[in-house]
Write a protein that binds this ligand. Structure first.
Ligand code: LLP
Length: 435
């Protein structure tokens, strides 16, 4: 099967000039902006947001809030659109934090994460009165308390708890196992001690508990166990959280054989687990905050590359080099992520397929985008569409080999607006006193 519509953005269709997304002709956009090019479909992103909102309303009887994990992809033009949708945001750096504020996120909808926050980040959080600083360690708890005291302000905080739960995902994107660098460990007693200390400090206002299990998870069971563990901890320490967040991490479908792209099991499981945990203890329901990144933006985005040099390797595989690669999508090298590529113009191709490998143009052997895929014989200049490219590509992109980070466009009702221009990699270099 060559063409897989179900991985593409919801508005993908055939127009007169071939593939259209958001009512825009993809070949036209490539002519105007070049490749590699990232395209984001407005309808898909809004539909994902609405779907989660409706599910949360339907399954959680208390108050719910969706906060977008900015690390999945953030730019001023995207942030402004997310503000208009009423989302909150989770930020992990001064850069994300300042962008969120400048784009108009209300401070009460911002929470600050990170396992090694800076003084500047904490000071800005206190100054703006954000929803919560999510405290990651006992060391940080004491430090935030000192800063708050020095400034004469009370710090509103959550505690990030590490319940010691491993998930079935790549080891690099697991975060709540006992060896994780993140959070306050339940097992060592740090979590209980942090609750105790936070509650007894006049400079700390402990609003809630948080955990994040990892990313690209398709199974509800670890969420249920984690929620149970956090409520058991709250009960042991005689603490009743007003806010509660089981993080983000729900997975998406990158390939046809991946599990379905359905968030219902996730939202239902966390809603029911929190409700049941509270009911059993006769506690009021906390405000439930979920923190999806990938699930909101991944499918809205596609990457478009142009085919360049080709060769046949000794193992018989056809090697197709495209004009991007690990500098704009490091996920294959980092997590062994698997993608499909859809060759534009070959939608009704019925001839022989060649066992192929799609590689990037960067000077590293690990710069492979797709290890094994059957593709028709392609020509130089043909376009390859990589679906599900909206999360953790551009936000993790680099200037390796002084590559410019690609342009990204927002497509809506036949109009394309820039989310980010193609970068000039020389513009940010220091040239010294050039004669
Ligand atoms: N909340 C916290 C505290 C997080 O650390 C993350 C992601 C999220 C929410 C959002 O997770 P999501 O819903 O997007 O899975 N670069 C990796 C993923 C790293 C995720 C880091 N934290 C990848 O490309 O797979």
């Amino acid at each position: 099967m060559l063409w897989e519509w179900s991985l593409l953005p919801l508005t993908a269709e055939w127009g007169r000039e071939g593939l259209q997304i958001g009512g825009c002709s993809v070949p036209d956009l490539v002519r105007a902006y070049g490749t590699p090019l990232y395209l984001y479909d407005a309808v898909t992103l809004r539909t994902q947001v609405q779907t989660l909102e409706e599910l949360l309303r339907e399954h959680y009887p208390g108050e719910g809030l969706i906060t977008y994990a900015a690390k999945a992809y953030f730019s001023p033009a995207l942030a402004r659109r997310l503000v208009a949708l009423g989302l909150g945001v989770d930020v992990v750096s001064l850069g994300e934090f300042r962008l969120a504020l400048r784009a108009g996120f209300p401070p009460t909808h911002i929470h600050l994460h990170g396992n090694n926050k800076t003084l500047e980040e904490i000071a800005l959080a206190l100054e703006m009165g954000i929803q919560a600083i999510v405290v990651d360690s006992l060391d940080e708890l004491e430090w935030i308390e000192t800063i708050a005291q020095e400034r004469g302000q009370v710090a509103r905080i959550w505690l990030r708890i590490t319940p010691g739960i491993a998930t079935h995902t790549h080891p690099h994107i697991q975060t709540a196992h006992a060896q994780s660098k993140f959070g306050l460990y339940v097992e060592t007693g740090d979590a209980a001690l942090a609750i105790h200390k936070a509650r007894h400090s006049p400079w700390l206002d402990l609003r809630g508990l948080h955990t994040h299990l990892g990313s690209q998870i398709h199974d509800t069971e670890p969420y249920q166990r984690a929620i149970e563990a956090l409520f058991a901890l709250a009960e042991q320490t005689d603490y009743l959280p007003e806010e509660f967040s089981p993080g983000g991490g729900w997975g998406v479908r990158y390939q046809p054989e991946d599990p379905p792209d359905n968030p219902l099991p996730w939202v239902r499981a966390i809603s029911e687990s929190v409700t049941a945990a509270c009911k059993r203890r006769h506690w009021p329901l906390p405000r439930l905050v979920i923190e999806p990144g990938r699930w909101l933006v991944a499918r809205a985005g596609v990457a478009i590359y142009q085919v360049g040099a080709q060769k046949r390797a000794a193992d018989g595989r056809h090697i197709i080099a495209v004009d991007g690669g690990m500098a704009d999508n490091p996920r294959v090298a980092l997590y062994g992520a698997r993608y499909v590529a859809l060759p534009l113009g070959y939608e009704s191709y019925e001839g022989d397929l060649l066992p192929s490998r799609v590689v990037g143009r960067f000077c590293e052997s690990g710069d492979v985008l797709i290890e094994e895929i059957d593709l028709p014989p392609l020509q130089r200049g043909d376009l390859l569409v990589i679906p599900v490219a909206g999360a953790y590509h551009l936000s993790m992109a680099s200037n390796y080999n002084l590559a410019p980070r690609p342009a990204a466009l927002w497509l809506e009702d036949g109009r394309a607006e820039l989310l980010q221009p193609r970068e000039d990699p020389l513009a940010s270099l220091w040239w010294g006193d050039e004669p």
